[in-house]
Design a protein around this ligand. Structure first.
Ligand SMILES: CC(C)(COP(=O)(O)OP(=O)(O)OC[C@H]1O[C@@H](n2cnc3c(N)ncnc32)[C@H](O)[C@@H]1OP(=O)(O)O)[C@@H](O)C(=O)NCCC(=O)NCCS
Length: 175
């Protein structure tokens, strides 16, 4: 079971199947889907599949998806989480995040991601995390930079950033 995480402004709560409607609504928003789902309007079933696979694959390793709720109002502002990269056999993970556009420009994605990275280094055995996006997604690249991630590669319209386990943070025995 993944933990809930708190920051000064946010409650990050592990998503469950009860959150599929909220996530489908968020993921089909015109501002969110542009880079996250290659601008396609995914079906409710596709959203459910994404929720289930991130949860099922990740839970044994201490990763998965969280909803980002504002502590002040309990409104859901977005989501963030970690999932295995497409070549699952390599065991590499990537950080994902997205906010309802009404909540852009307040530092919430960076605040949520920092909390998730603290969780990653404290409670899992992963030593490196990636983040990828399409090159025009400047706002997402700015989040990666604010998190201290370094550019690894840029090819085929996609930019890849990475962050290594900070010195002094010993891996937890999870996997
Ligand atoms: C990527 C995405 C989450 C970035 O959102 P964002 O609001 O720009 O990022 P943050 O929440 O970290 O906020 C940073 C902005 O808030 C500002 N800000 C305001 N108050 C702040 C505070 N208290 N602390 C930090 N930053 C603050 C920052 O200056 C920055 O503004 P700028 O963009 O004008 O420089 C958003 O564009 C999104 O949801 N996109 C769709 C999904 C997506 O593409 N995801 C990435 C693929 S994984």
């Amino acid at each position: 079971m993944l933990p809930a995480l708190t920051t000064p402004r946010l409650l990050l709560r592990p998503w469950t199947e009860a959150d599929i409607d909220v996530l489908h609504h968020l993921w089909t928003d015109v501002g969110v889907r542009r880079f996250l789902w290659e601008n396609t309007v995914i079906t409710h079933g596709r959203a459910a599949e994404a929720v289930r696979s991130m949860t099922g694959d990740g839970a044994p390793h201490g990763i998965g998806g969280w909803l980002i709720d504002l502590r002040e109002s309990a409104a859901t502002a977005g989501f963030a989480g970690f999932r295995f990269m497409p070549d699952r056999s390599a065991g590499e993970i990537e950080l994902l995040y997205g906010l309802d556009p009404r909540f852009w420009g307040r530092g919430l994605a960076t605040e949520a991601s920092r909390a998730l990275l603290r969780h990653l280094w404290r409670a899992t055995s992963f030593n490196r995390v990636y983040a990828r996006t399409d090159m025009p997604n400047a706002k997402s690249i700015e989040v990666m930079r604010r998190l201290g991630m370094k550019k690894e590669s840029a090819a085929d319209g996609m930019v890849v950033y990475a962050l290594d386990r900070p010195p002094g943070h010993r891996p937890a025995r999870v996997c």
